[in-house]
Design a protein around this ligand. Sequence first.
Ligand code: ZN
Length: 447
Amino acid sequence: MTDWEPAAESAAAADPGQPAWVIRGARVLGGEPGDLLLAGGIITEAGAVSAPARSHVLDAGGLIALPGLVDLHAHLREPGREDAETVDTGTAAAALGGYTAVHAMANTDPVADTAGVVEQVWRLGRVAGLADVQPVGAVTVGLAGERLAELGAMADSAARVRVFSDDGNCVADPALMRRALEYVKAFGGVVAQHAEEPRLTQGAQLNEGMRSAQLGLTGWPAAAEEAIIARDCLLAAHTGSALHVCHVSTAGSVEIIRWAKSKGWRVTAEVTPHHLLLTDDLAGGYDPVFKVNPPLRTPADVDALRAALADGTIDCVATDHAPHPVEAKEAEWAAAANGMTGLETALRVVQLAMVDTGLIDWAGVADRMSARPARIGRVAGHGQPVAAGGQAHITLYDPAAAPEAVEPATHASKSRNSPFAGLALPGRVVATFLRGTATVLDGKVTR
Ligand SMILES: [Zn+2]
């Protein structure tokens, strides 16, 4: 994963007039307490720091400092579905979750399949100023799966797109997938596949298994995901190109990705917070807040996904934040939309599923939620070590905060469809710094 150049410098330069920040006593990646001095968008000093004149001081005793989180997979819904989310509200949610960079998926209206649309999304991110927004370009025109979109024009645009995905839809045609993989090599891009063989999931409502049989609903078989992942790994090998697998959800998918990586093929993968914690048992109450694509799977799948994230077979956590207006989710199960919000709860879910279980430590969290997604997404300036000389993208997190029930009504997202509503999650994002400027302080957006 080193044979590419970062796409672009970060979306905006630091404000030269901004006051410096001194962060006192933070534990970088959970290590020994120390100070950080942020000035001019850079971490200028680390260790024991004396505060310059006119600087702000933040007492971070007990807090863990992580590199600002990077999300490879969020649906910000703008343009077209501003009733569900906007770039502004979505990046506020991201900042509150500790994120400093977010990839915005292409299934907007109009679809982000031209230079014009990806530049619009990128500019909206700059205006919001709460996280760097990296637009994902569609692989095919209108996500229709019939002909390639203008991948080169999107790559050359001001948005400098490097990740391409028809997410929501699978690029099911193998010849088209092969051509997309070949095409993105020219500019060091990656194709991110929503792996779902459409012929095997027609009418599917939830994971195919005991639960779907009990409920009498059409099942979404693991093989529909695994067949496409296996095919695409072979195509990545054949083309020598980079494949990223979105939202891996089954134990069998993990085995295929482990095999592809053992061959040295250029394959990376992500898992969502909800697939690390929740199972298809939750469908039993017919509450569509638990309806998602790919569906929640079995406890054995959850165990395999956690182990794969811990051992690095799965590279990173990505939220698949998918906000929906109330009417799209408060329908009967079969009519309800797929998807869950996730930006504001991801780090807390990862603490519960991965850290408190002893599977990874805070350095592992920094790797899986910042460094690796920044590399896969080709985001310059993000995912760097929290050390002198690095960009001042920092998240301060309190892992010892008393567990508190998730209350979607308090979220910055425009939508309320969190599957974790009412669940007591540990931890709290206290502050987020983007290029040395606080976007979140004391758990609140600063503006
Ligand atoms: Zn998807």
